[in-house]
Ligand binder design. Structure first.
Ligand SMILES: [Zn+2]
Length: 91
């Protein structure tokens, strides 16, 4: 039986990077952090990195769940802010 490369310990997608991929985008943590920094700094975007085949596309279902969780958090945050603002105005 031939063992498939990357079946049980996938490597980072970055060419020449020999580290094991341990993030959901198919990168090792070092490459993922670099990618995230570049996105945060506006040097790149996740879409561009994906187009360059440097990262894997996000898992659709997980992505949607994450968005939902975040939007419900933001909705709560907004409600709290509004309440605080109103309270400050009245008080
Ligand atoms: Zn890497």
């Amino acid at each position: 039986m031939k063992k498939q490369c990357g079946s049980d310990s996938p490597k980072c997608l970055t060419p020449k990077c020999e580290r094991a991929a341990n993030s959901c985008r198919g990168l090792c943590s070092a490459c993922y952090n670099t990618a995230k920094l570049m996105v945060d700094n506006g040097e790149a975007s996740w879409e561009l990195l994906q187009e360059a085949k440097l990262i894997k596309p996000p898992h659709d279902k997980a992505h949607r769940v994450f968005r939902e969780a975040f939007s419900s958090f933001m909705a709560k945050k907004k409600t709290n802010k509004t309440r605080v603002r109103i309270a400050t105005k009245v008080g």
